[in-house]
Write a protein that binds this ligand. Structure first.
Ligand SMILES: C[S@@+](CC[C@H](N)C(=O)[O-])C[C@H]1O[C@@H](n2cnc3c(N)ncnc32)[C@H](O)[C@@H]1O
Length: 221
């Protein structure tokens, strides 16, 4: 695939919206073509994960341009992608073409998918959320996935600055310390796979891993 990635200016432009918890933050950045997180294609680890599994219903929250949804749909996998920023959904619909209805404007924390997901795909979604929403993220993932369901994808891992506040100079992306991630997820999920990533883009390079977590037992969060 040719590199259609939007080129980010050397310094981030000035934006009006500073709260990544609000759709306007992301809408403004998509609207102005400032998406330094955008891989402009389907990551290699995603493809190999798909090759190891039989088709199952996939939910992609915070899908952005949704290259992966397009790729899965072409393979006949049931998939639904959501994003709460209308400009992101517009970009995703352009990728999906005649399958544009597979992406919706929706907030992950209230969205009810039309199927029980077998897999929820994570890429640059947890790290887009203010750290104060991490418990909500975990609870929602645990509520949406049945026992045995998979939460798998790319997690942005690193040492957090001790004075971390949620202003835009520190993130997004907000990395998470590995011990904190494990403490968050292990009450609900068992870690099955933990792999390095070979084709990270600049913003995530050296700090993302492919992790596959399986929903434990029968209890719902
Ligand atoms: C850093 S971007 C990543 C987009 C995409 N996953 C990718 O890998 O290119 C984060 C995305 O999450 C979306 N988002 C943030 N909070 C959300 C929420 N509560 N519900 C749905 N989407 C959300 C944003 O609008 C944005 O498109």
């Amino acid at each position: 695939m040719s590199d259609t990635r939007p080129t980010a200016p050397a310094t981030a432009p000035i934006f009006e919206n500073r709260d990544p918890n609000a759709p306007g933050f992301w809408d403004e950045r998509f609207g102005r073509g400032y998406m330094p997180w955008d891989q402009a294609g389907v990551p290699a680890s995603f493809k190999t994960f798909v090759e190891r599994h039989a088709p199952m219903p996939v939910l992609i929250p915070g899908c952005g341009s949704a290259y992966e949804a397009c790729w899965l749909a072409e393979k006949g996998w049931p998939v639904r992608a959501i994003d709460f920023a209308p400009n992101a959904v517009e970009a995703a619909r352009a990728q999906l073409g005649e399958r544009a209805e597979l992406v919706e404007v929706a907030d992950f924390f209230t969205y009810q998918p039309p199927f029980e997901p077998g897999w929820i795909y994570e890429r640059a979604f947890m790290c887009a959320l203010p750290p104060s929403r991490r418990d909500d993220y975990t609870a929602r993932m645990a509520a949406l996935l049945p026992a045995g369901g998979l939460l798998a994808g790319f997690f942005f891992i690193g040492a957090m600055q001790k004075d971390l506040s949620e202003d835009s100079s520190k993130g997004p992306p907000f990395c998470i310390e590995r011990a904190e991630l494990d403490a968050l997820l292990t009450p609900h999920f068992e870690l099955l796979e933990d792999e390095p990533v070979s084709d990270s883009i600049a913003v995530f390079a050296g700090r993302e891993r492919w992790l596959t977590w399986r929903r434990r037992g029968a209890t719902r969060a």
